[in-house]
Design a protein around this ligand. Sequence first.
Ligand SMILES: Nc1ncnc2c1ncn2[C@@H]1O[C@H](COP(=O)(O)OP(=O)(O)OP(=O)(O)O)[C@@H](O)[C@H]1O
Ligand SMILES: [Mg+2]
Length: 212
Amino acid sequence: MEKEKLMRRKMKRVALTGGIASGKSTVSALIRQAGVPVADADVLCRQVMAPGTEAARKILNLWPQAGTQDGGIDRAELARIVFADASARQMEAGIVLPAIQSAFEAWASERASEGAALCVYDAALIFEHGLEREFDGVLLVAADESVQLERLRARNALTEDEARRRLAAQWPLTDKQKKANWVIFNNGSREALAREFARVWAEVLSELGISS
Ligand SMILES: Nc1ncnc2c1ncn2[C@@H]1O[C@H](COP(=O)(O)OP(=O)(O)OP(=O)(O)O)[C@@H](O)[C@H]1O
Ligand SMILES: [Mg+2]
């Protein structure tokens, strides 16, 4: 009986977002440690473009030069093609985004049927794609641009110019901060992040009416 009640309760969903190299994946590891399932948009993106998928077929029809020998997609080559041509980028988004969305929905309904009270979606472009409407709240990881640049360059071995160009493709942090429900600042150490996370996560759970 208790379990049935749990299953009927509507699962809450939180989007976890933030600029490139702001610390989303680091925060999503803390959320998983707290026992809450997290889906990663980048992982879903790879799955929906895997060899033999509908999205892979459509992409290879349009841009056969992005194909690999095993029928897969060379994501770096595809990125080069679509970032050089706005209409190609729109076409690609029209194929890939709906596929990612439906993969997320399938994942979320599995979590709901397991009785999860809450699930989280880690995605950099929540606001850019207007996806905030699909969630009970948005948790933003915020870091100063200088910190993002430093972490991005350290992790990806990019030149300053390459790192700046990747940053420029996303909304400015101040615009995201206005729209987010909760903000975790990540300019300091990992220890400081863990403390900030614990404080903000307690607020998230309490505002969503979830007991920890
Ligand atoms: N507080 C911190 N102190 C030191 N290093 C950190 C801190 N937070 C994150 N990092 C490091 O900075 C890099 C970027 O963090 P992370 O991968 O979590 O960001 P992200 O927002 O998920 O990035 P992406 O947009 O590429 O998915 C990683 O190498 C991570 O280990
Ligand atoms: Mg990440």
